[in-house]
Design a protein around this ligand. Structure first.
Ligand SMILES: Cc1cc2nc3c(=O)[nH]c(=O)nc-3n(C[C@H](O)[C@H](O)[C@H](O)COP(=O)(O)OP(=O)(O)OC[C@H]3O[C@@H](n4cnc5c(N)ncnc54)[C@H](O)[C@@H]3O)c2cc1C
Length: 263
């Protein structure tokens, strides 16, 4: 099975304090520590496990500036066979549609059976996977937390549904799946793996290599324009009940009664 996994380089929220920039257009990106989007790391792990079970190869692709190469290399150190970096000034300020347009063009250059994305990335729109499937006219399953390949080669996917319910479906290949966190336990990337891929050449494709006009991607093609970026005003915060355990229980009961929570 030929699998492509889309991976995004994002600020590592466990390593950075995220603030809004002076213009209020984005987060402050100076001096941030970046890593691979958490959901995408699960998707790569799932792709590696599928390949190891049924054969084929795993390719990772990332669209972004020069530094995006580091996440491609990291996921190759994890076990992906090939990497592709999509980089072009024309891609800057793309919305999800522009990003999906470039990824689709790259996908059509290859011959993939399965494309995996994360369920969402740092901007949290959760739109690239679904758009990609629609553009390719391939079937799509979102929030996938189980993938199985039957002996006859058919693919079965489990999806997380609200209320803790689970759905299990058969999906035709080629298809796109957006992967939910927790589907597996991503393997540790050791220094040996990183050294192994340190000098592997990663092809870089720009808009022209993908046969895309400058109007198809970037700010010119963005159909959703970001107007503002801000922290919402803080509410009044939590009320901390003080006193002994008994007093706190009494106060809590009074509070719930006053709010109509209990009679
Ligand atoms: C300065 C700035 C201005 C922006 N302006 C706008 C704007 O005007 N309108 C707007 O809609 N957005 C805007 N964005 C958001 C930006 O375009 C988003 O990165 C993009 O829309 C993808 O959204 P997401 O992170 O929510 O991805 P999601 O759709 O949440 O990501 C889902 C999955 O898609 C894949 N994926 C996403 N991005 C990539 C990538 N780069 N490479 C490979 N795979 C990827 C990954 O597998 C990921 O897990 C702006 C961003 C910046 C930094």
């Amino acid at each position: 099975m030929e699998i492509l996994v889309c991976v995004k380089r994002v600020p590592d929220t466990s390593e950075n304090e995220i603030t809004v920039n002076k213009d209020g257009t984005d987060i402050e990106r100076e001096d941030l520590v970046y890593s691979v989007n958490e959901w995408d790391n699960y998707a790569v792990e799932e792709a590696i496990r599928l390949r190891d079970k049924v054969g084929g190869s795993v390719t990772v692709v990332s669209l972004g500036p020069e530094d995006a190469e580091e996440v491609v290399r990291r996921e190759m150190a994890m076990g992906a066979d090939k990497g592709i970096h999509l980089m072009d000034a024309a891609f800057e300020a793309s919305d999800g549609y522009g990003i999906a347009t470039a990824l689709k063009a790259e996908i059509l250059k290859g011959s993939y059976d399965l494309v995996l994305t994360g369920a969402q990335a740092d901007d949290g729109a959760g739109q690239v996977g679904g758009m990609l499937a629609a553009m390719l006219q391939w079937p799509f399953a979102a929030l996938v937390n189980k993938v199985e390949v039957a002996d006859d080669g058919t693919l079965k996917v489990g999806r997380e549904i609200a209320g803790g319910n689970q759905e299990f479906s058969e999906i035709r290949l080629p298809c796109v799946l957006s992967i939910q966190t927790g589907i597996n336990e991503p393997r540790y990337v050791g220094i040996r793996g990183i050294r192994k891929v340190a000098s592997v050449e990663i092809p870089v494709h720009g808009a022209a290599d993908l046969g895309l006009s400058l109007e198809a991607v970037g700010a010119a093609a963005a159909r959703v324009k970001r107007l503002d970026y801000f922290l919402p005003e803080l509410g009044e915060g939590a009320e901390i009940l003080e006193g002994t355990e008994e007093e706190i229980i009494d106060k809590l009961i009074e509070l719930l009664k006053s709010k109509g929570g209990i009679k």
